[in-house]
Design a protein around this ligand. Sequence first.
Ligand code: C5P
Length: 412
Amino acid sequence: MKTPRTIVVGITGGIAAYKAVNIVRAFVLNGDSVHVVATTAALRFVGKPTLEAISRNPVHTDLYEGVAEVRHVAIGQGADLIVVAPATANSIAKLAAGLADDLLGNTILASTAPLVIAPAMHTEMWNNPATVANIAVLRSRGITIVGPGVGRLTGADSGAGRMEEPETIVAVALAVLDRQASGLSRGAEAATSAVQDLAGRRVLISAGGTREPLDPVRFLGNRSSGKQGVALAQAALARGATVTLVAANLEVAVPSSITTVLVSSAMEMHEAMTLAAESAEVIIMAAAVADYRPKMVQLGKIKKEDVGDTLTLELVKNPDILAGLSAARRRGQLIIGFAAETEADADRLLALGRDKITRKGCDYLVVNRVSQHEGFGTERNSVTVLDRHGVIVNEASGSKMSVANCILDLIG
Ligand code: C5P
């Protein structure tokens, strides 16, 4: 059983406060202990009983309650992570100035835990130079900012400023927490500095499984869901990187703060990766790319009446994107590949990995076993990372997010 972590969810007074209930619920379902600190304005948008029922803890608002237990600092001191969602323009300004005129301000100032905020406001407020400057200040302090997304706002208008979806905020927050925990195991100093260790790095990740068209309605595909690649993108984002995701047929949502290029076939992925690689410092090929594609793509649907009892497909080889990027790598560019293998024997699995990294020419190779129950489509993964000499440099087993963080440790 995992030890529950204490997560403080700060809710400020914006209409998106109603979505904070889902954030609280997701943390509780994840087994964490959640304490809500809501501003007075937040409670005009969402009810205290709802938050207490969902968080299973009292909700605190008033600076002058619980004085005997020094609550204004105790909540922050006891937190492993603080998430402020939604964070209004006003609360962002207060955070940047270090104000402590309410319980949430005191809680944040009294805490050394990592802070994740999810801004939500109208586009004009988000683009206002005051907010832009305040956000820059928060980023420079290592605070993780999730979103905002672009989309429909409260009124009839749309644009940047919509609070990022609750599941994305939770995923990024948990990635920050996992990262903090792995930092703590290496010492408190590492923990505080490690959180934003990819700040400013440009990371390109491929995810999902390609589909090779046979005709307008059919394709040859694979079981990859894209979960590991998306977890890598979320973890890199949480660690401060600028992330581009080349996504093929994902079964999972991608945070809108990640630049995503949608592709379907291996040839499309090849083109998108080659282009995006020009400005990437780190490339991670987590996608399952088809090695072959049908030589001919039929213009109309293939009909069994025309084909008869057997259908023979002629396939041609796809370009090996990873090998190509490795061969054309710019100075200082770091390239990581994956090897998904069905080999059950651990030694033979590693031997396959060692052969592969030699052929692909990448810097690291993440070797994982896949079957109908392991690797592809599942929530967990188990990997061994080899360097270019075939030496094991990291091993990880657990959620795809924790595996992602172990892989990113190689570039941090
Ligand atoms: O050769 P294999 O498919 O096992 O290699 C796996 C690695 O190579 C993965 O990182 C995958 O993304 C990449 N790959 C590629 N282009 C291909 C096939 C695989 O980049 N055509």
